[in-house]
Design a protein around this ligand. Structure first.
Ligand code: ADP
Ligand code: MG
Length: 567
């Protein structure tokens, strides 16, 4: 007996969809198959938007980035075992980056799985997920679906956000129960991410330390971007007059052209600051763990973070302010009345001197045209178009394409730059592009290395199928890092770093009805990008870059172990 035939009966798939709707979930990103196909169909019938991908990893990345943009958990739906595992890469990445996401997966027959009797797509998914998530739950009874979703929502968005796994067994998806009884089991989660107000003492201590600083520096991380405290953060920086450095996904929290941005004097600012305020930024590898040549051992730290155990993770923190950034900034702003902080005029002057020198050096690189193009002149072309399109999302991944893109492409609005994040991962590009376009309805420009694009390239079919306003620029140098690698054995096979030289990625998108361009000069890049943005049509621009200009591992060559034995 199916649920639709009998009015007063329902089943697991209907209950979970009702529970999702009750909690304001309006989109599911996924790949269907056994046993979740009908659940997706039903979700769509109920008005939840279902975005179907070609690979679960991209569906998961779309869900994760929608979580970052909206502060609501992004939902990814996967099939059992292999589909589940494909999605796990994105879920683990969400946890690492602090993006709220719930991966809901169907799973096979639990009795067979637990006795390892060899089921179709057999895997103990709940336990497999555990090391990669904030919480991992399995639902065995249909009457538990409401409470399970509530737990998943709470775990994903409260405290430091992250990934949550929710396992729905085949039995529970098809289990039938009385509709009225089922309705009583689902509810709207009340205050899923409660404010966490910092202690007044910690705020006072931080302000006193800041007021004593001669060379203070604020580092804005993606936790600050996530918190949506944009106006207050800007007010805090402008009233104190303290220079700031944005981490890459915090770019645009204040416009990159802001006079207090120290971004183009990064090394100088980091190594010379006496007090550094970490606002939703971790002292991880992206900041050299607060050690080494970029840092002074004398620097004192104030750290604003929601996660108490983050404090002292790499260096002692003199003034921890544990709370959510929104509340913490509010408290700091209020505290400025009794503990005013003076703008460090001399420090700003010397930062400005360093900025000027670096900007002039960079201008020479940017304004030198070459044939074929290099990263600098091609990115300059994009930068000059995006000045006129400040509301677009910029997705950026690759090695040199990422490192140079981060420095050259200015951001003007918060949460608009979406990139490789904490892991420095490749393969997020098309998932993030779809997630951003679907969540916001705004145009997306994805600036991709040719290698990075390859990990999720099939999703251009998804982009075309949903007619999303995404323009993809492939920085095509025919290789990983560079396209001119040499096979040290001397045979026919290409070097490990070499990809297809002269590949026409623009032809790929034409297969799905998108618009392709080949661009060999900065002027052609600009013309094609402007056309893509104006049309709102899925567009792919093959940007031909000199195979000989990339740096191995981009800016993190120091992390790339090299053999000491020469072939
Ligand atoms: P970035 O890579 O930009 O430096 P990280 O991801 O390393 O940023 O750091 C972000 C930090 O922000 C994490 O330690 C996380 O706990 C914290 N965080 C995330 N959301 C909030 C929030 N709403 N309030 C306070 N801290 C937050
Ligand atoms: Mg390349």
């Amino acid at each position: 007996m199916s649920a639709d035939q009998t009015q007063n009966l329902t089943d697991g798939m209907h209950i979970i969809v009702d529970a999702l709707k009750k909690n304001g979930i309006d989109t599911i990103y996924g790949v269907v198959g056994i046993p979740v196909t009908d659940m997706a169909r039903h979700a769509q019938a109920e008005g939840i938007r279902y975005i179907g991908f070609r690979h679960e990893q991209s569906a998961g990345n779309a869900a994760a980035i929608s979580g970052f943009i909206t502060q609501k958990p992004g939902i990814c739906l996967t099939v059992s075992a292999p589909g589940f595992l494909n999605g796990m890469v994105a879920l683990a990445n969400a946890t690492t980056n602090g993006f709220p996401m719930i991966q809901i997966s169907g799973s096979s027959d639990r009795a067979i799985i637990d006795l390892q009797q060899g089921d179709y797509e057999e895997l103990d998914q709940m336990n497999t997920a555990k090391p990669f998530v904030k919480a991992s739950y399995r639902v065995n009874k249909p009457e538990d679906l409401g409470i399970a979703l509530a737990r998943a929502i709470r775990a994903s968005v409260s405290g430091r956000p992250g990934g949550v796994y929710l396992d729905l067994t085949t039995e529970v998806l098809s289990a039938v129960m009385d509709k009225d009884a089922a309705d009583k089991t689902i509810f709207t989660v009340e205050d899923p991410a409660p404010r966490q107000i910092p202690s007044p003492d910690s705020v006072n201590k931080a302000l006193k330390l800041l007021a004593s600083a001669k060379r203070p520096l604020i580092i804005l991380g993606k936790g600050a971007a996530y918190a949506q405290a944009d106006d207050n953060i800007r007010q805090f920086i402008e009233t104190t007059g303290i220079p700031y450095l944005p981490m890459s996904m915090a770019k645009g929290l204040l416009p990159d052209t802001h006079p207090l941005s120290a971004a183009s004097a990064r090394s100088y600012a980091l190594s010379s600051a006496d007090v550094v305020v970490l606002m939703g930024a971790r002292l991880n590898w992206l900041l050299d763990h607060g050690k080494g040549k970029h840092w002074s051992p004398e620097t004192q730290f104030i750290q604003l973070d929601i996660e108490p155990s983050e404090i002292d993770s790499n260096r002692p923190i003199a003034a921890p302010v544990v709370g959510d950034i929104y509340s913490s900034i509010e408290s700091l702003l209020a505290g400025l009345k009794s503990t005013p902080v003076k703008s460090p005029t001399e420090w700003i002057v010397s930062i400005d001197e360093h900025k000027k020198i670096n900007v002039e050096k960079m201008a020479v690189k940017l304004n030198t045209d070459t044939s074929p193009m290099n990263y600098f002149n091609a990115l300059r072309a994009i930068r000059d178009v995006l000045v006129d399109h400040q509301d677009v999302y910029v997705v950026n991944e690759g090695a040199n394409t990422l490192d140079n893109g981060r420095n050259i492409i200015d951001m003007y609005q918060p949460r608009k730059r979406l990139d490789c994040g904490t892991w420095g991962v490749m393969g997020v590009g098309m998932g993030y592009a779809v997630g951003a376009a679907v969540t916001s309805g705004k145009p997306v420009v994805a600036i991709e290395g040719d290698s990075a694009f390859g990990f999720s390239g099939m999703e251009i079919e998804t982009i075309c199928r949903y007619k999303l306003p995404v323009t993809i620029l492939i920085f095509n140098n025919g290789g990983i890092y560079r396209g001119d690698g040499v096979n040290l054995h001397g045979d026919q096979d290409p070097s490990p770093t070499v990809l297809m030289g002269g590949a026409r990625y623009d032809k790929m998108i034409e297969a799905f009805g998108g618009i392709g361009y080949q661009a060999t000069t900065p002027a052609e890049v600009q013309e094609a990008l402007r056309a893509g943005l104006a049309s709102g049509h899925p567009t792919l621009i093959n940007v031909v870059i000199d195979p000989a200009v990339g740096t191995e591992s981009g800016h993190i060559g120091n992390l790339n172990p090299k053999s000491v034995v020469k072939n």
